[in-house]
Ligand binder design. Structure first.
Ligand code: ADP
Length: 478
């Protein structure tokens, strides 16, 4: 049996045990065994990163740019193979998975160019004869903790800027998707990253993740995952004054107004709520629909949902892959029961179904007649489950959209420029979408939210430098 190893200080190392990688489309398909790092190995990875940092941070932008470009190109060259692995371990469809791989490649190539754009400022001093410069430097050793829903794109959008700006990395991926993380580590190693600059440590969050967050030699933590874990990480990081960045959940609203183009509204809703099996933090989980279009909209969405094929992620023609694992499936089904118990009407889907292979198949679910205070409208479900909330008019729809502890993405479908502009200005979210789904973003602009969704600096695009660098102000007497 081959064990896929951790990558520590430039060496591939077995661990203290193994993590099994199971295909959620077919639980008989064991994708592979992955080494579970021991806490001592985590210490070694951090020590290796620490040791590599001085040389790496001074290595110069040309070589770092070239390394990132090579990594990006290798990811793109292997898109078919990586896409298949990703679809197999996470359960999103093959086209979705391949698209995610391409995105990861594009992100590395973006930061390959972005590092060449790093600028400082030179200012006159308020004191005669002095000159002041403001420059950015690498932070040090950065711990990266990622979730299972985007097994290669999220690691890419953390690893690429971390390395570009001259930091060393200890990367702890989610236990459910070690395959993509390992494949990415192999590419980074093959591309010629110096020993210790990039380290992969696989293992449980509460052990390896927790040790990484607590490690006194780790200068910063970038985390994407659940709100509960994020809060815990922020508290630990704050106690030891480590820089921290958190991307957590969403309960994203999609507002549909009476004047919306119905086809656009349906497409935004179905794509935003159910594609990638609804397992996106930017998924539209609350469809807030004004009365004049409500019934037509619900009918058209149901019609479209009935045409969606829920099946094996690798099968041609599948629109909705399985839920990622048994625990998440139970959570989705529990929320469907909770919704029914709260008096909402399940108008479509929400059934566990059997396919040729044993997997976690759930048909996309739509609730109508829901009230804003229901748990299905307040708590993140993280599955193919959406609710419809009826609103009297735009003003009420906006208030409902903002009535949430989250604030990642918010969408509106309308033909009114007035309402679109007002919504862009007044939606309490980090990202606003007009006539496009709440999920699906560009890679060269900031990604992140407000309120309970995010904490710390934005990710992606040039804004990533806020987190991955530290500022130095220098005074020179000429
Ligand atoms: P989910 O419920 O979707 O798995 P989590 O927030 O638990 O979301 O997981 C996101 C990432 O955080 C994973 O890599 C997981 O292993 C890690 N993690 C979980 N618990 C902790 C913890 N206590 N400290 C650090 N990392 C953790």
């Amino acid at each position: 049996m081959t064990i896929h190893c951790n990558y520590i200080g430039g060496e591939w190392r077995e661990g203290q045990g193994t993590i099994a990688n199971i295909n959620p489309s077919d639980t008989n398909d064991r994708i592979g065994e992955y080494a579970e790092a021991s806490p001592a190995q985590l210490d070694e990875a951090v020590a290796a990163a620490r040791q590599a940092f001085p040389a790496w941070s001074r290595s110069g932008i040309q070589s770092r740019s070239e390394l990132l470009d090579r990594i990006g190109q290798m990811i793109l060259d292997r898109r078919a193979q990586l896409g298949e692995l990703l679809a197999r371990e996470e359960g999103k469809t093959l086209p979705e998975a391949t698209g995610e791989v391409v995105r990861a490649g594009q992100i590395f190539r973006f930061f390959s160019g972005e590092i060449l754009q790093l600028r400082g400022e030179l200012q006159p001093s308020v004191r005669p004869g002095l000159e002041v410069s403001v420059t950015r430097e690498a932070l040090g050793v950065i711990g990266l903790i990622t979730p299972w829903n985007f097994p290669i794109a999220i690691p890419a959008w953390k690893i690429a800027p971390a390395l570009a700006y001259g930091n060393c990395v200890v990367f702890k991926p989610a236990e459910l998707v070690p395959g993509s993380a390992h494949a990415l580590a192999q590419i980074i190693a093959e591309a010629g990253v110096p020993d210790g600059v990039f380290n992969l440590v696989m293992g449980p969050g509460r052990v390896i993740g927790d040790a990484l967050v607590n490690h006194p030699q780790v200068d910063a933590i970038s985390f994407t995952g659940s709100q509960n874990t994020g809060r815990r990480i922020a508290a630990v990081a704050a106690a030891r004054l480590a820089k921290v960045q958190l991307e957590m959940g969403g309960k994203n609203p999609l507002v549909v107004l009476d004047d919306a183009d119905l086809d656009t509204a349906v497409e935004c809703a179905v794509n935003g709520a159910f594609f990638s099996t609804g397992q996106r933090c930017t998924a539209s989980s609350r469809l807030i629909v004004t009365s004049g279009i409500h019934d037509r909209f619900v009918e058209a969405v149901c019609e479209r949902m009935k045409a969606l094929v829920t099946d094996h992620a690798l099968k041609a023609g599948t629109h909705i892959g399985p839920v990622v694992d048994e625990r998440q499936l139970k959570q989705d089904l529990d929320y469907i029961d909770i919704g029914r118990g709260e008096g909402a009407t399940l108008v479509c889907g929400g059934e566990r179904v059997e396919r040729e292979t044993p997997g976690f198949y759930l048909t996309p679910a739509l609730f109508t007649g829901t009230e804003p205070q229901m748990r299905i409208n307040r708590e993140e479900i993280f599955g193919p489950v959406a609710t419809v909330i009826r609103a009297d008019d735009y003003e009420q729809a906006l208030a409902l959209a903002n009535d949430t502890e989250f604030g990642l993405s918010a969408g509106i479908v309308t033909r009114s420029l007035k309402h679109a502009s007002h919504f862009k200005a007044n939606a309490q979210a980090g990202m606003v979408m007009v006539n496009v789904p709440t999920a699906g973003v560009d890679y060269h602009v900031p990604f992140g939210g407000r309120k309970g969704s995010s904490y710390g600096a934005r990710e992606q695009g040039s804004y990533a430098r806020e987190f991955y660098t530290t500022v130095k102000t220098a005074y020179t007497l000429a």
